[in-house]
Design a protein around this ligand. Structure first.
Ligand SMILES: Cc1cc2nc3c(=O)[nH]c(=O)nc-3n(C[C@H](O)[C@H](O)[C@H](O)COP(=O)(O)OP(=O)(O)OC[C@H]3O[C@@H](n4cnc5c(N)ncnc54)[C@H](O)[C@@H]3O)c2cc1C
Ligand code: FES
Length: 256
């Protein structure tokens, strides 16, 4: 883990409150793996006090790329940072999605949950068969399609709830058919909690290795403050920042 003073090299608005940041952060870029995250001090002042967690979209030393959706105070400040600004970054933090060489893997991304799976595909699509199931409320939530088209993915399945992009409906509607026809050996998912809970139910009976990257409100990002605790299936708690953010899907106690 490094506490690095990075430098923003590019801020790009992709439309509808989604932004891309290219950041010079050589120490973090060298070590970042798909699934790891960073804690950012979003403004040069102490307001807001707490850093905010973000996944790493891709890492090509000496740069990392971040992709974020404006939600509240912190991300509003972050979107206004300019090329040349220093950016205080802690990372890489948390664990990574497992490397499963030679396996056929289905990546499942809901909205901005594309971030760690984009990183996974970027690193591994050339060496093993990867499928992508990507969904959102509408086309506005499905950025990065052109960048995904440029990757050697085995197949891409796009869903939008309003039908403005790809097939109409939640991405879970495509799951059964894809698993039946493509027979992946593992799934890796990231997205809203309701989506992950639905996947946990649907994948329970299938003999696959299933992993999910979770989000939680975070204070420290490295295991000290307990603000990110989630209930596990064994009745204990896990810290999303230090035990995760990637967990075997069945390890978490999902709301019914
Ligand atoms: C490991 C991890 C990786 C993440 N990666 C990304 C990413 O790559 N891109 C991205 O856009 N966002 C990502 N997030 C979510 C991001 O951290 C929050 O959207 C951000 O912290 C909101 O800050 P804010 O100050 O703008 O919002 P706030 O003013 O703090 O809150 C605005 C609203 O967002 C909710 N919220 C705040 N934090 C979270 C959170 N962690 N999860 C869910 N809801 C939250 C609040 O409850 C509130 O309703 C990630 C979160 C985690 C834990
Ligand atoms: S964010 Fe502090 S323990 Fe996880």
């Amino acid at each position: 883990m490094h506490d690095e003073s990075g430098r923003i090299e590019e801020t790009r608005c992709l439309g509808e409150n989604y932004y891309l940041l290219k950041v010079f952060a050589p120490q973090i870029a060298r070590e970042a793996k798909p699934g790891n995250f960073v804690m950012l001090r979003v403004s040069p002042t102490w307001e807001p006090l707490l850093r905010r967690p973000f996944g790493i979209l891709q890492s090509q030393p000496p740069h990392i790329w971040l992709y974020f959706q404006v939600k509240g105070r912190g991300t509003t400040l972050l979107k206004d940072r300019q090329a040349g600004d220093r950016l205080d970054i802690l990372g890489p933090l948390g664990n990574a999605f497992p490397e499963l060489p030679d396996q056929k893997i289905l990546l499942i991304a809901g909205g901005r949950g594309i971030v760690p799976l984009f990183h996974y595909a970027k690193n591994y699509a050339a060496r093993q068969p990867l499928l992508l199931l990507y969904g959102g409320r509408g086309a506005a939530d499905l950025k990065l399609l052109a960048e995904l088209d440029a990757m050697p993915l085995l197949e891409k399945y796009i869903f939008s709830e309003d039908g403005s992009c790809g097939e109409k409906g939640p991405l879970t509607e495509g799951l059964e058919k894809i698993v039946r026809e493509q027979r992946p050996q593992a799934t890796m998912a990231c997205g809203p909690e309701a989506m992950l809970a639905a996947l946990a139910g649907m994948l329970r009976a299938k003999k696959l290795d299933n992993y999910a990257s979770l989000e939680a409100v975070m204070g420290c990002g490295f295991g000290v403050c307990h603000s990110c605790a989630v209930a596990a299936a064994d009745g204990r708690y896990r810290k999303v920042c230090a035990d995760g953010p990637v967990f075997p899907l069945e390890e978490i106690q999902w709301p019914i």
